[in-house]
Design a protein around this ligand. Structure first.
Ligand code: ATP
Length: 355
């Protein structure tokens, strides 16, 4: 097993597109590290460079103690799983698993042992003698994962491996991958554009935007203190509210009259917005203690919660997460109250977290 160090990785494609712009990543041995970002942010290119499938323009990649810049993929001792299963259609599960080991020339007994172990870990018992066309999408993906496992690589690289599965199966497989990674303790780099997947899987998450790293942190860190407006808008569903504020007597005042207590170290003389999660706000009866006037723009019941969109001081998209029992109709005059916690504060011009 091994950690992965990516230093000043830069990739410019022949047509001039800069896909990865001086990215630094330090991935720990045994870590489940997620790269998250919108389409085109450079996740796949970074992963393919680590795998050796794409040559970087400049920068270094180390796996364990080895500088792998000049090593072909086969010599990097990693296994990659893609969103497409890429199983051999004519081979039964058993032989799909054994194939890479036989290709390596391992003795028969060792091949058998590893195939049985992977089958046990991925619970493939009843599927071992079937060919891919007789497997469901989820089963095929489990076989693809098992095939990556049998090689006992130093690291797993996963590129959106669950994208083609339906929602329920995706959630199951997520649990499975997390459990497996925990059991094996093998370093894993997992690429996704799905923030829920990132939050639920990652020990740490790197948020990428336009080829650059915007933030690296634990799921809690990136949720609580997004490092930039981009991260604030990308993480959370619905995302963080960004409310224009002015500083008066050390407090943050919104146009609609909300008063928020800022974290220490607020910079002076800058245009600021406060980042407030929907669950840190409450919709109340009008005039309730500590509330300011607002109006309901829409209310979306999701069964276990209601997401209100309210007009607050002319800002018509303030989202509030409430329990399902509280009901206010569209256009109702209501109160809006900050229910606690410290907002994240951003500079409007640099778009960075400043307090
Ligand atoms: P997605 O989630 O859509 O796969 P991504 O974050 O993985 O996106 P990449 O596939 O790494 O992003 O692509 C990053 C940028 O590089 C994009 O602008 C893409 O269009 C561009 N790109 C990718 N491959 C090539 C290529 N072979 N030639 C030129 N540009 C490319």
């Amino acid at each position: 097993m091994a950690g992965i160090e990516v230093t000043a990785l830069h990739k410019r494609y022949p047509d001039g597109t800069v896909a990865v712009d001086h990215v630094d990543l330090s991935i720990g041995d045994g870590e489940l590290f997620v790269m998250l970002g919108p389409s085109g942010c450079g996740k796949t290119t970074t992963l393919r460079a680590i795998a050796g499938l794409e040559r970087q323009t400049t920068g270094d990649i180390r796996i364990g103690d080895t500088l792998v810049n000049d090593l072909p993929p086969a010599e990097r001792d990693i296994a990659m799983v893609f969103q497409f299963y890429a199983l051999y259609p004519h081979l039964r599960t058993r032989d799909n698993l054994a194939f890479p080991l036989r290709a390596e020339g391992l003795p028969k007994s060792e091949v058998h042992k590893r195939v049985e172990e992977a089958a046990r870990l991925m619970r493939l018992g009843p599927l071992m003698d079937r060919r891919p066309r007789r497997l469901s999408g989820g089963e095929q993906q489990r076989v693809a994962l098992a095939r990556a496992l049998v090689r006992r690589p130093r690291a797993f690289l996963m590129d959106e491996p669950l994208t083609n599965l339906d929602a329920e199966l995706r959630a199951d497989m997520r649990t499975e991958i997390k459990h497996l990674q925990g059991q094996l303790g093998t370093t894993m780099v997992y690429v996704t554009h799905d923030q829920v997947e990132a939050m639920s899987l990652g020990h740490r998450i790197a948020i990428l935007n336009k080829g650059r790293v915007e933030q690296i942190g634990t799921p809690l860190e990136v949720y609580d203190r997004p490092a930039s407006l981009f991260c604030a808008e990308f993480i959370g569903s619905p995302p963080m509210n960004l409310i224009e504020v002015e500083v008066v007597d050390g407090k943050l005042h919104s146009k609609g009259g909300l008063v928020l207590t800022p974290p220490p170290g607020l910079p002076r003389d800058r245009s600021l917005v406060a980042g407030v999660r929907p669950e840190a706000l409450e919709v109340t009866e009008p005039g309730a203690e500590g509330s300011v006037p607002a109006r309901v723009v829409s209310a979306e019941g999701l069964g276990d919660e209601v997401i209100y969109v309210v007009d607050h001081g002319g800002q018509r998209d303030v989202r509030v997460r409430m329990p399902p029992t509280v009901r206010f109709a569209t256009d109702a005059s209501v109160g809006l109250r900050h229910s606690g916690g410290t907002p994240a504060v951003y500079d409007v011009h640099t778009e960075d977290l400043v307090a």
